[in-house]
Every structure is written in structure tokens, then in C-alpha cells.
Design a protein around this ligand. Structure first.
Ligand SMILES: Nc1nc2c(ncn2[C@@H]2O[C@H](COP(=O)(O)OP(=O)(O)OP(=O)(O)O)[C@@H](O)[C@H]2O)c(=O)[nH]1
Ligand SMILES: [Mg+2]
Length: 440
């Protein structure tokens, strides 16, 4: 595939990280951004040789960092301990080309790095297709550079004539491939939507948040499960759902989702269909925030923003709403409170976001309060009902058995009496099908 995909067994690449500080931001912010880029690079399997932040009043159109800085980088690279230069921002095809020409080592930008991590992590067919679509869409305007790269590797100069036509052929092939992958994705998602029907009747809680916030650890703590949790970024690529009995509220479903990050590649956002469905179907969103992270407020904003972008790209009508926000209520969960140096920080967190809940998924502290809050919401949004159905009404019986949390069923002559817990918004639908009597 015409994309930067290093072989899995490559030796550890030594990376130099490059950021630019523009007038709108501070050095401290850029340092934090570079630190995050370093984490991403390590997640992708690279080691870090060094980093540099260039202060500029504006970006340079042809070299991004400016000709002088580029020379400086070339000097730094000639010392011999750098195989790869990673830019914290997206480079235009021309910028990447110019920089690569001068530096003679691999040059990638933030999007390529994130796509590379996703490509390595994707396990399910659906995740793989989504990543491949994003990679191809990203590669499409950059084919010329990739071709130059290849011809340089082959030692060939003067391949321009045939190269040009080859690029046209490749572009067409890539577009065809994207179209066919999208069709396959739609087929897979059709099936997934069918399977999801099974969880309609249960109360759905979707866990969202910045990558590494502790979403999977929280799910494991809540459900006693063992979803992969790790200090690497993007350990979770596929959603996982666990059923949990909440005393009083019956069974509910918790779903762990992929983490978000600053400057998430646009192509990738539009392919987050699974997460979109998880968010759309949620009755309650738990937004997990790393309380010990100094930029937690920024991260809350970034996650809200990505959620809006995902929802805006969603199916039917959502596109028309530029500020589409999740339909479900959101509860902010400040995680990792065990890492807070200052005890007084916890009340300050609570004050900063009303109704938020401080927890430590690692130690279990605060988990009971979280479960209480979830139970309270679930009780508000669901109700216990008694449903009487004629034993011959197969359609309604099938609907109840498949879509509603059933506590008990009793046969009383020609009638089946169910005791169920169902979502308020499902009650009307059931009422039209059978005689629903609400028991309070
Ligand atoms: N000290 C401490 N560490 C935690 C806590 N919760 C999670 N962690 C650690 O934080 C890291 C990330 O946890 P995960 O649960 O994998 O985070 P995630 O949000 O699922 O991350 P991605 O799936 O990569 O987006 C792991 O090293 C966890 O052990 C906590 O309450 N306290
Ligand atoms: Mg995870």
C-alpha cells in the first residue's frame, strides 16, 4: 500500500520531535504537546532522540519551520542518531516533500503517526477497514511525494514521465478501493445494528474520554472484567460492552469506547462509526477525565468537541446540526484521584463541574458513589411496569422478550403477566402494543 507502514519487526526507530510555537500559544503548552507526541511515538514503537520547538510568527508555506531551522535540523540529523522526524502538526504534501528532500530521513506528521498506531492496533475487520479508509484518504493527495520516495529508494532518477501516468492510475485505484471498503463497512455495520437491537431495552451507559484517562480500568472496576488497560495510548480500539446488575435498577450495560486525542485526524473521526453508534444509543454518557492531568479542562473541551464532530458526521439529519450535542445526559467522572498530591483538590474538582464524581478506578475509591449516581439516573430514566399480554400475541411477546429487561413472567389463564424494567422512552411504544400498567 502506498503509505508509510513500517514493517512490524523493524528495529526501534529513533525519532526527533518537532513542534512550532505560534503567537497564540505558550512554550509551556507546546512542551506539553511535544510530550504527548513523544508518548504517541513511543506507543508506535519509536524511541525519542530529542525534540525541538521553533518559535515563529507564522508557518512557512514551503518548509513549515523555515529554511534556517531546516538547516539546523539537517545538522542535528547528521550526528547520526535520528532515523525519523515527527512533526506535531499536519504537513502539506509540498512541505513534507521539501523537508524530506533536505533531511534525507523519514519525515512523518502527527496524523501519519496516529494512523500508524491505529493500523497496528486494529483487530476486528471493522476497525481495520476504518483505518485503511483513513490511510488511503490521507495518502491520496500525497501520492507524488510517496512516488518520489519510492523512486529515490530505488535509486532511480528520471522516472517522471511514467511516474506521472502511474500516479493517475494509482489515484483511480485508491478511489475505487475506498469506495469498495466503504461498501463493506456498511454491510458490517448493518449486521452490527441488528445485533445491537438486543440491547435496546437495557439501560445503556457509554464511557467516553481522552485516551489514557482510565476508561477501560473503570469498566473493569465496575464490571469486574478484564479489558486491556495499559499506559500506552489507544489501547482500546474496539468497543466492549459489559452487563452489570445494579441493585434496584436491574441490569444495565456499560460500554467502553476508543479514546480521543487532541488534533484527531479528520479522516479518522469520520470513520468512528462504532463509537458514533455507542454514543447515539447511550442513555447516559460517563465522560472520564484524568484528574491528575494539568490540562484536564482542555481535554474535557477536546472530548466534547470530538463527540460533536462524530455526531455531526452521523447518519440521517445530524449533519444539518452544526452544534449537535449528545442526546444523552453526561456525567463527568474525575479519575485517578489517588494521584492528586493535594487532598484539597477533590472538592475543587467537584466545584468546577457540578454533579461530577471523583473516583480512583485503580484503588476503588469513589466507585460506590459513582454507582449510586448511575443507579439514580437509571431509576429516573426507567420505570418498573407490569405488562399483561394475551398468550396468543406472539409479536408483543417476542418484542418484550427481546427488548425489555424481564424480572418475572407468570401465566394466568390466557394472559402472560410480565414484571419488567424499561426505559421511559420505550414505554409508549409498548403501551401501544399491549396493556402496560405502571407500578411505582
Ligand atoms: N494511578 C492510577 N492509574 C490509573 C487509574 N485508572 C487508570 N489508571 C492507569 O492509567 C493508564 C490508562 O488506563 P486505561 O484504562 O487503559 O485508559 P483508557 O482510557 O482505556 O485508554 P485508551 O483505551 O488507551 O484510550 C493505565 O496505566 C492504568 O493503569 C487510577 O485511578 N489511578
Ligand atoms: Mg481503553
Amino acid at each position: 500500500m502506498p503509505f508509510y507502514t513500517p514493517p512490524p519487526s523493524r528495529p526501534v526507530e529513533r525519532a526527533l520531535l518537532v513542534g512550532v510555537k505560534l503567537p497564540g500559544s505558550t512554550f509551556r503548552e507546546e512542551e506539553a504537546n511535544i510530550a504527548e507526541l513523544g508518548l504517541l511515538a513511543r506507543t508506535a514503537g519509536a524511541s525519542i532522540s530529542g525534540s525541538t520547538i521553533q518559535q515563529r510568527t507564522r508557518l512557512d508555506g514551503s518548509t513549515y519551520i523555515g529554511a534556517g531551522k531546516l538547516e539546523e535540523l539537517a545538522g542535528r540529523i547528521s550526528e547520526g542518531d535520528v532515523d525519523l522526524v515527527i512533526f506535531d502538526d499536519d504537513l502539506s504534501p509540498a512541505q513534507a516533500r521539501n523537508i524530506e528532500k533536505r533531511l534525507s530521513v523519514n519525515v512523518i506528521d502527527r496524523t501519519e503517526l496516529i494512523l500508524d498506531i491505529f493500523a497496528r492496533r486494529a483487530r476486528t475487520r471493522q476497525a481495520r477497514i476504518q483505518v485503511e479508509i483513513a490511510q488511503l484518504a490521507y495518502a491520496l493527495p500525497r501520492l507524488r511525494r510517496l512516488w518520489e520516495h519510492l523512486s529515490r529508494q530505488a535509486g532511480g532518477i528520471g522516472t517522471r514521465g511514467p511516474g506521472e501516468t502511474q500516479i493517475e492510475v494509482d489515484r483511480r485505484r485508491i478511489r475505487e478501493r475506498i469506495a469498495s471498503l466503504k461498501r463493506e463497512l456498511e454491510r458490517i455495520e448493518g449486521g452490527a445494528r441488528e445485533r445491537r437491537k438486543n440491547r435496546r431495552g437495557l439501560y445503556n451507559i457509554t464511557i467516553v474520554g481522552y485516551t489514557n484517562a482510565g476508561k477501560s480500568t473503570l469498566l473493569n472496576r465496575l464490571a469486574g472484567s478484564d479489558v486491556l488497560e495499559s499506559s500506552r495510548l489507544f489501547s482500546t480500539l474496539d468497543s466492549t460492552t459489559r452487563r452489570v446488575e445494579l441493585p434496584g435498577a436491574g441490569p444495565v450495560l456499560f460500554t467502553d469506547t476508543i479514546g480521543f486525542i487532541r488534533k484527531l485526524p479528520a479522516h479518522l473521526v469520520s470513520s468512528f462509526h462504532a463509537t458514533l453508534l455507542d454514543v447515539e444509543e447511550a442513555d447516559l454518557l460517563l465522560h472520564v477525565v484524568d484528574a491528575a492531568e494539568s490540562r484536564r479542562e482542555d481535554r474535557i473541551r477536546i472530548v466534547d468537541d470530538v463527540l460533536r464532530r462524530i455526531l455531526a458526521g452521523g447518519p440521517a439529519g445530524a449533519r444539518a446540526v452544526p452544534d449537535s450535542s449528545p442526546r444523552a445526559a453526561t456525567l463527568i467522572v474525575f479519575n485517578k484521584t489517588d494521584l492528586l498530591a493535594d487532598e484539597g483538590e477533590i472538592p475543587r474538582l467537584a466545584a468546577s463541574h457540578g454533579g461530577s464524581i471523583p473516583v480512583s478506578a485503580a484503588t476503588g475509591e469513589g466507585i460506590d458513589s459513582l454507582l449510586d449516581a448511575v443507579r439514580e439516573r437509571a431509576m429516573q430514566d426507567t420505570l418498573t411496569a407490569e405488562v399483561a399480554v394475551h398468550a396468543g400475541d406472539g409479536r408483543t411477546i417476542a418484542f418484550i422478550e427481546e427488548n425489555v429487561a424481564v424480572f418475572s413472567r407468570e401465566i394466568d389463564g390466557e394472559t402472560i403477566r410480565y414484571r419488567v424494567r424499561l426505559r421511559r422512552r420505550d414505554a409508549g411504544r409498548l403501551e401501544r402494543m399491549a396493556g402496560v400498567r405502571v407500578v411505582r
